[in-house]
Design a protein around this ligand. Structure first.
Ligand code: SF4
Length: 258
């Protein structure tokens, strides 16, 4: 996801991840190159099997010196990077996970999902206008899913909202949502993996300019494996996809996600 690991690829060194459960079901075309699937297949595991991990209670685990094990320098905890926090299979475990989140106001939990239609029914009873320490974002790969998922996200009581356009599989315009003033940050990036589909740099620039127009922080997280610039298509190795995006020099502002 990142948002799954696809969306989380740029995991910052100071941040930490918490995966209370692992495994996911593909839900849209943005899932085709899901890194969780790629990695699990490589290790002979079934990625669609959702199970609770040993790290389930990590936010409340303490070490021998009685301090919390989960204490990232920048307080950011990327939550559920190898699953989807709102996946149905985790319904029985989520209340407890929310309790752990609520018990750590010193941390900022970032949840990115492709299932915003399940959020309302999956919020804890004391959620009210949203926990102060939780940011929720949607990941979208196309205009169709942007329209569907962002509308749903905007209708929910969430204090901090973000959008990750990743993998970007076509032009995606967000002006109408950015104009609401409710989106705190936007990120975008191309698709990785052996079957990576093309991401056109012109789409990235258009989205960046929309964010500039509305003063919404923007980050270009990675080029993806096949980048189109003008008439040329470049195949970019996995190890260069983040650095090449950085070199584009089009990021601005503080982005919550990625
Ligand atoms: S929602 Fe994310 S983790 Fe789940 S299959 Fe799709 S890309 Fe993978």
């Amino acid at each position: 996801m990142k948002i799954c690991e696809a969306e989380w690829k740029e995991a910052g060194e100071m941040s930490e991840t918490w995966n209370p459960w692992h495994g996911c079901k593909r839900i849209s075309s943005g899932c085709l190159s899901c890194p969780v699937y790629q990695k699990d297949y490589r290790y002979g595991r079934n990625p669609s099997l959702v199970f609770r991990t040993k790290a389930f209670d990590l936010p409340v685990q303490k070490n021998r010196t009685h301090t919390f094990r989960l204490s990232p320098e920048d307080h950011l905890v990327k939550t559920c990077t190898t699953s989807d926090f709102f996946i149905e299979e985790a319904d029985a475990w989520r209340s407890e996970a929310w309790r752990y989140i609520h018990s750590r106001p010193d941390l900022d939990f970032l949840i990115i999902t492709k299932r915003p239609e399940r959020i309302a029914q999956a919020l804890p009873s004391d959620w009210d206008d949203g926990y102060e320490n939780v940011s929720i974002g949607v990941s979208v790969e196309s205009q169709y899913n942007a329209d569907r998922r962002i509308r749903l996200l905007l209708s929910l009581p969430v204090r901090k909202l973000s959008v990750a356009v990743e993998p970007m599989l076509g032009p995606v315009h967000l002006s109408r949502y950015l104009a609401t003033g409710k989106i705190d940050s936007v990120s975008c990036g191309g698709e990785s993996g052996p079957y990576a589909r093309i991401c056109d740099f012109a789409w990235v620039l258009d989205l960046m300019l929309e964010c500039v127009r509305y003063g919404v922080p923007f980050r270009y997280t990675q080029t993806g494996g096949r980048l189109k610039k003008g008439d040329q298509i470049y195949n970019i190795g996995e190890e260069y996809q983040i650095t090449q995006a950085e070199k584009a020099g089009i990021n601005f502002g503080e982005v919550i996600a990625v």
